[in-house]
Design a protein around this ligand. Structure first.
Ligand code: SF4
Ligand code: SF4
Ligand code: SF4
Length: 274
């Protein structure tokens, strides 16, 4: 049973967040929300431990669809970046602000880009495409487009506040729907063009402006036991994010891009990665 301890720890952590927020905010929704996410992630860890090859996809679908369909479309919560700015500018610590704090600002200090590997509803769809291993591990350009997209999201919401736009809730809901359609179109187009499922994550996604600096310090990260490594290169070839996980330094190539998918760990023939 010892091997299931990580799943149990994750479940307890999410329950602690669920109960704390439910009490602090006096809202039972947080109990349901974080309990559901915690159960989904713990289930994924159990499936991974039991060597079920689609364990990560199960978590992606459970969490990604819940956030996209239930929270986004049914509950009208804009959980995209513009939703975060909207709640922040409104001075409200709800929905997207809590989501960003837990998953994308503070959380990555502990679990790095785990959000990107297990919960993002954009990547949930992109990972169904056939280019799971990039055709080339060399990046094209510096990824400056992410900063443009980041700035555009702030300017969009700031403009709504400065012009005192009427019915901002409705505008934010429409922004969520159209924003997602644009992200999916761009993500799929770029993946097909560059033959790389995660091209959108590497070049355009504005959320990485938050994710990358915090994940540099991530507590959980793949490390390499140099004594066991035979330099076969299989791990690097299979990595969807072009990370050089054989380098244990924090400054390793594309180190802030690791989505903790564990494909390299599964592929390593000598068990050097953990
Ligand atoms: S980089 Fe952006 S689109 Fe890709 S998984 Fe992370 S949050 Fe989602
Ligand atoms: S293959 Fe390894 S280094 Fe690459 S993203 Fe997955 S866990 Fe991270
Ligand atoms: S797959 Fe394992 S043995 Fe091969 S280079 Fe990577 S860490 Fe070393």
């Amino acid at each position: 049973m010892k091997k299931y301890i990580p799943a149990a720890v994750l479940f307890v952590v999410f329950e602690a967040v669920a109960v704390s927020l439910a009490v602090f905010k006096d809202n039972i929704f947080y109990l349901f929300n974080f309990s559901y996410i915690g159960c989904s992630i713990s289930l994924g860890v159990v499936l991974y431990i039991r060597s079920y090859k689609n364990a990560r996809r199960v978590v992606q679908l459970l969490v990604g669809l819940y956030m996209l369909v239930y929270l986004g479309i049914i509950c009208n919560e804009n959980m995209q970046l513009e939703g975060f700015w909207y709640y922040l500018f409104s001075g409200v610590f709800e929905a997207a602000t809590i989501h960003y704090l837990v998953a994308k600002i503070a959380g990555p200090l502990v679990f790095g880009r785990g959000w990107c590997g297990y919960a993002c509803w954009t990547a949930m769809a992109l990972d169904f495409l056939p280019y799971k291993t990039p055709q080339s591990h060399e990046r094209r350009g510096s990824g400056w487009l992410r900063y443009l997209a980041f700035a555009a999201s702030i300017l969009f919401v700031a403009a709504l506040f400065l012009t005192h736009a009427a019915d901002m809730e409705r505008i934010m809901f429409r922004a969520f729907i159209f924003g997602n359609l644009i992200y999916y179109a761009l993500g799929i187009g770029l993946a097909v063009w560059l033959r790389d499922n995660r091209a959108y994550c590497k070049y355009i996604c504005p959320v990485t402006v938050f994710l990358k600096p915090a994940s540099y310090f991530s507590l959980f990260r793949v490390t390499c036991d140099k004594g066991k490594c035979v330099n076969c290169g299989q791990c690097v070839r299979v990595c969807p994010m072009d990370v050089d996980m054989t380098d244990n330094s924090r400054a390793r190539k594309n180190g802030t891009e690791c989505i903790l998918c564990m494909e390299c760990v599964k592929k390593c023939p000598t068990g050097a990665l953990k």
